[in-house]
Design a binder for this molecule. Sequence first.
Ligand SMILES: *[C@@H]1O[C@H](CO)[C@@H](O)[C@H](O)[C@H]1NC(C)=O
Length: 351
Amino acid sequence: MSHIYRIILAIFIVSQTINAGFFDKEGLILIPSVAFRDRSSPNDWNLHAQGWYYEENPVQAFLMEKSLELVVRKDLDRNRVKMFTAEGEDGEQICINALSRSMCTKTDKEGRIKNNFKLTNQEIETLRQVSSGGGKVLVDVGVQKKNLKGINEILLCDDNGLTFISDIDDTVKITEVTSSTQTLINTFSGDFKAVEGMAEIYRHWEKQYNATFAYLTASPDQLYPFLREFFDREQFPIGSAHMRHFTWLDKNFITFFMSSSYMSKKTETLEMFLKNTLNRRFVLLGDVFQKDPDIYAGIYGQYPDRIEKIFIRKYDNDVVGQERLETVFKDVPRHKWATFEKGSDLPRNIF
Ligand SMILES: *[C@@H]1O[C@H](CO)[C@@H](O)[C@H](O)[C@H]1NC(C)=O
């Protein structure tokens, strides 16, 4: 794959020299997030807002699209490609508003919004909207100097209850991460395809257990709007999304999608859920194609009483995958983990 990387890098450097200052098309992506009770004062909640404020670079998007098309020999969706050539707007003032409270802060150097703010329990009760589990609150996020605004959905994750934490690529959506060409095709062309039966069983569990959902993925947050379209079309339960962010400075395109550096990020997010809730229990879903089993086995080792079950997607006839799982999960009781290939292989009752 290294030739692809070189082509893309060359295109990138050339197009960097074409100043994109002529264009001024900016956007704001807000990604559903979570709120936990404040551990030091349980009458307050900590809400995490997350998003990205960017400016498009149409020249670079065009060149990038054409070069990727040469490599994968398919038509790609420019709207998706252009999110990867857009640049984060760093150090810009953004304000988060809920009720009469306003909290203003700046985007980080990648243009990301990653902010915590507090609301009292009473304020949460005023704002709470019905959604599965503990409900959600909506907060306004706006860019000060522009008329650019959006609504950030924040799901309430209280101390009790059940949360399903699910990977996306090759767990609920067909990405075929074991092939880099297929990953590019499945990411940048055509409609995203769902793993059969997953949306149905997730909806069933959501209702049956009054559960909340969190989607934990190595995919970049630049893809969130397209994933959301996919989730809504397939009717997956709404959940918070915990994604990485792609930048040109420190990573290249292909290795970003292929790298295993997401292990620590995923583990950190799982720890955030476990540390910030007292008795909430979790069901973890992932696949054998990447590092989910290793990550989940690690978390199980730390919090055995709070992980109800681990489900790993693999092909039914994948003997090597099965052996790998037996090894990775050697310290996890056998009844605590199971494999599946499609939604209908999963149990309707977890306990
Ligand atoms: C779901 O859980 C939330 C939070 O514990 C609770 O307020 C709500 O009433 C529950 N809904 C159902 C249908 O049990």
